[in-house]
Design a protein around this ligand. Sequence first.
Ligand SMILES: Cc1cc2nc3c(=O)[nH]c(=O)nc-3n(C[C@H](O)[C@H](O)[C@H](O)COP(=O)(O)O)c2cc1C
Length: 178
Amino acid sequence: MLAPVPPVLVSCGGKGDYRPNIITVAWAGTVCSEPPMLSVSIRPQRYSHEIISATREIVVNLPTAALAKAVDWCGVKSGRDVDKFDGACLTPFRSDYVSAPGILESPVNMECKVRKIIQLGSHDMFIAEIVAVHVTEELIDKRGKLRLEDAGLLAYSHGEYYALGRRLGYFGYSVRKR
Ligand SMILES: Cc1cc2nc3c(=O)[nH]c(=O)nc-3n(C[C@H](O)[C@H](O)[C@H](O)COP(=O)(O)O)c2cc1C
């Protein structure tokens, strides 16, 4: 019932026998600032679980509302049966530090190396360190500031996809003097 959450497109593979693949993951989170780390929880039955356990490298790509259909499709098809980059019309681009490619259509791509795998029950949690971040130039303003609010990021709540809505405030605004 934790909602809304960011659904992410996790790309993996591109190493050894594993072709590039994409899995949609909603059980994802920020878990550490220094070093920067995130988590993705994946069921052992998923093909991506096998790939990531073997390669220990992923790219976490943030989807926009325009990518909602691709997010859903990559979450119902398996890379055992289809090429998801082809099937979802997504463009792979070479990463700097990991074998898995990033997804060009996604505005933010985080290259990650898996540091720990924790078996929790239905899901295994992959804790991964972010070793590089790519952001589309369109989201960087003239002063070099990241304008993530302009990305149109996707949210997932109780089985449904939403575009982010109206801005209500900002960090610390409740205590700021007028
Ligand atoms: C919105 C959405 C969120 C999902 N979240 C997760 C998740 O957090 N963990 C997981 O193991 N599977 C999750 N899935 C299911 C996988 O994405 C799905 O089983 C996918 O087909 C696995 O692909 P693969 O076999 O190529 O790895 C989600 C699916 C959707 C549509």
